[in-house]
Design a protein around this ligand. Structure first.
Ligand code: HEC
Length: 129
């Protein structure tokens, strides 16, 4: 899947260009704590609400109705490893690259774009943003 990293780069380059306007911001990596180009609340939660929460609500097991619940994990333990999308079960399940059914069960697979949103959010530290 060579095009995924390219897409991630495109995504990462797109939204907020946080170039400091004055010299008041110290040097260092721009997307600091609280940063991130993907917003959990506006980019991911609506996707989960539409396609996952019907099965993964708050009734037990994996709960995809909020970031905090997602980070609690499921029967397999932690599903999101901040900074490491390749080894996050959440990503592996929607890509169909691990044991178990590909998610969302019984529905069309997520688009490359949607998966890139999830990957980038995890890569950026699975922020509460
Ligand atoms: C039709 C119901 C259904 C839908 C919709 C669904 N899932 Fe699932 N999901 C399940 C079931 C049942 C399991 C447990 C059985 C299994 O592992 O395949 C599961 C397991 C999982 C697991 C593994 C949990 C663990 O602890 O091992 C993840 C991650 C997951 N789903 C993510 C998602 C995501 C993300 C979506 C939406 C894009 C989604 N699912 C949509 C039914 C569903």
């Amino acid at each position: 899947m060579r095009f995924v990293p390219v897409l991630v780069l495109l995504l990462a380059g797109c939204p907020l260009d946080i170039s400091p306007e004055s010299g008041s911001i110290p040097s260092g990596p721009p997307p600091g704590p609280g940063g991130g180009t993907i917003s959990y609340q506006s980019d991911l939660q609506p996707l989960f609400d539409d396609t996952c929460v019907v099965c993964h609500g708050s009734a037990g097991g994996l709960d995809l109705s909020s970031r905090d619940a997602l980070l609690l994990g499921g029967n397999s333990g932690a599903l999101v490893l901040p900074g490491d999308p390749d080894n996050s079960i959440l990503v592996q399940r929607v890509e169909g690259s691990t044991l178990g059914d590909q998610m969302p069960l019984g529905l069309p697979e997520l688009t490359t774009f949607e998966i890139a949103l999830i990957r980038t959010w995890i890569l950026e530290g699975a922020l509460d943003n």
